[in-house]
Design a protein around this ligand. Structure first.
Ligand code: ZN
Length: 579
């Protein structure tokens, strides 16, 4: 049986920090770091208390930063909000980093640490040792610089709009026109979006150039040959290597690409085009007479129906999302000045996460909502774990939570699609999307692998590599003639490349895991769900493969496993088309 933690707002408990605590300067928080550094630890119990106090400080700071980040992504144009965010990046982060290192060392060197032998403590020690090995004081200002550049990227992207038929659209909003059955509309909007992206392409190329140089230096300072190897360690990839990822990418290229070709051809047929005549703006088109899926009219409806869907999976899950709604922890509508993308941000002290999105009523937004909802459930389920470090899972696990929820929730999509044909189309789109995303994931990963292991190439060479790799993963593709320039900068829309480098292959690994979770769920909903939720509840108190095993699946991304899961997807696609 899953234990669902009770969550109420306004129940912050603090033993170490004062209840009223305003992070107005570094000086107000520094004494608490000092206290932790200086405290004498004379027993195992004292060590445990010390860990809890440290965790309380980390939890406070992490939530304080979370709010600055959330507010800024909701309104990137507000100078006050921007300054409050910058203050944390420029003042708190660089000043607290050396203390983090001191505390890490104090923990590892403490004689009682050897007596911590539970699995969660083994995991914790492993991560702390990893951090100590990577920490270099001279990297602190370099990290500040990369954060500033990532912020610049966000500013540029969040300003991108097009004007179409006398109305301004954000680029995520404009994407809906690419589904329009009218080819002229698709072409016109695609070109407007491309022109808008091209306008800032030069500057984004420059930003990337700077980021690569700085990140390379960070790696060198820490004793690595390149930023890729540094990043594998800093992301805590304890269970797989650069070579494993390479062979995963190669399996994707050889197994998935032909299937994508088939999907594209079928799409072309439905809109009366041969593959060779299909342009990039045709890939998402709906056939004549078919309207784009419109799962909801406004964000209120999206929230209400999402809560209902989660309740149908399990009543506790619905209650959790309802609690978020009651406390205003959703900002869903796309608007100018909002940062791109979507996320679920856990708030360590409050225990209720925040969901941010750029929703415009598309089917894709519905999927994002269930994705972020899966992350949110994960946040709630780990609420009672003693230390923050136990709550924050590596991405291979975090994305397993969210991507599994995308698939599990499909049985409840009739909330949004009362029409049986719409529902069938939505499920088809989701399952095809699961397949189609894999080459993009592999491409983004290999591109980063290349550019960080070849840090000296220039912008032109980097673009050539991108195009070459793009072709590797899209063996059978639409006809890009006349649109080659936009293909050169497609990577610029992937914010991970700028903001969270190398955090991407996890989506591929977790996608396979999610398919396996969904397969179990289809075979036995009750047991499948219980396994899945009990794995989330572990937080990061076991290794990643152990967490996957708890979910009833194996941590695996071999080509045989990939093929096996694909066969299952194809079978489900076939059932759906006959339903
Ligand atoms: Zn996610």
């Amino acid at each position: 049986m899953i234990h669902f933690p009770l969550v109420e707002i306004g129940q912050k408990k603090r033993n170490f920090l004062p209840l009223e605590f305003n992070l107005s300067s570094w000086e107000v928080v520094q004494p608490y770091y000092e206290k932790l550094v200086e405290r004498e630890i004379n027993s195992l119990d004292q060590l445990k208390d010390w860990l809890i106090d440290w965790s309380e400080l980390e939890g406070f700071l992490s939530e304080d930063f979370a709010w600055r980040y959330i507010k800024l992504s909701c309104n990137t144009e507000d100078e006050d909000i921007k300054n409050r965010y910058q203050f944390y990046i420029n003042e708190i982060k660089p000043n607290s980093a050396p203390y983090g290192d001191l505390l890490n060392k104090k923990f590892v060197e403490c004689p009682f640490t050897n007596d911590l032998i539970d699995s969660e403590d083994i995991i914790l020690k492993r991560s702390v040792i990893n951090e100590i090995e990577l920490f270099r004081k001279e990297n602190i200002p370099l990290y500040v610089k990369t954060e500033e550049l990532a912020q610049k990227y966000q500013d540029i992207i969040s300003q991108m709009m097009i004007r179409y038929q006398d109305t301004d659209y954000t680029l995520s909003h404009a994407a809906k026109f690419l589904k329009d059955p009218d080819r002229n509309i698709r072409k016109e909007v695609y070109e407007l979006v491309s022109q808008r992206r091209s306008k800032d392409a030069g500057e984004l190329n420059q930003i990337m150039d700077e980021l690569i140089k700085i990140r390379h230096q960070i790696a060198i300072n820490a004793g690595f040959d390149n930023f890729r190897d540094y990043k594998y360690k800093s992301l805590g990839r304890f269970d797989y290597t650069v070579e494993d990822v390479k062979s995963f990418r190669d399996s994707v290229a050889s197994i998935i690409s032909p299937i994508i070709g088939e999907i594209l051809k079928e799409k072309g047929k439905s809109i009366g085009l041969e593959l060779t005549d299909m342009k990039p703006y045709d890939a998402d088109a709906e056939p004549e007479g078919i309207k784009a899926l419109a799962p909801y009219q406004n964000s209120e409806e999206l929230i209400t129906k999402t809560i209902k869907s989660f309740s149908r999976i399990n009543s506790h899950l619905g209650q959790y999302l309802d609690l978020m709604d009651k406390n205003g922890f959703f900002d869903l509508d796309s608007r100018k000045g909002k940062a791109p993308g979507g996320y679920n941000y856990p708030l360590d002290e409050t225990g209720i996460p925040f969901i941010f999105m750029n929703s415009t009523g598309k089917h894709r937004d519905l999927v994002t909502m269930f994705h972020e909802g899966g992350h949110a459930i994960h946040s709630f389920l780990t609420k009672e774990l003693k230390l923050n470090a136990y709550k924050h899972t590596p991405s291979e696990v975090a994305e397993l939570a969210s991507m599994s929820m995308e698939l599990i929730s499909m049985d409840m999509w009739d909330e949004f699609y009362p029409d049986k044909d719409d529902l069938k189309r939505a499920i088809k789109e989701q399952l095809e999307g699961v397949i189609e995303i894999l080459p993009w994931i592999a491409l983004v990963d290999e591109f980063q692998d290349y550019i960080y292991t070849h840090p000296d190439i220039n912008i032109e060479q980097r673009i050539d590599i991108w195009v070459e790799l793009y072709k590797k993963y899209h063996g059978i593709d639409v006809n890009w003639a006349g649109y080659e320039d936009i293909r050169k900068i497609l990577w610029q829309k992937q914010l991970h490349i700028f903001e969270v480098p190398f955090y991407y292959i996890e989506y591929g690994i977790a996608q396979l895991g999610a398919l396996a979770v969904w397969k179990n769920y289809k075979l036995n909903p009750e047991k499948g769900l219980e396994n899945y939720l009990s794995a989330l509840q572990l937080g990061y108190t076991k290794t990643v493969p152990e967490i996957y095993n708890q979910a009833g699946i194996s941590f695996n991304f071999s080509d045989t496993y990939l093929s096996e899961l694909l066969d299952f997807v194809k079978e489900e696609l076939r059932k759906n088309s006959e339903a």
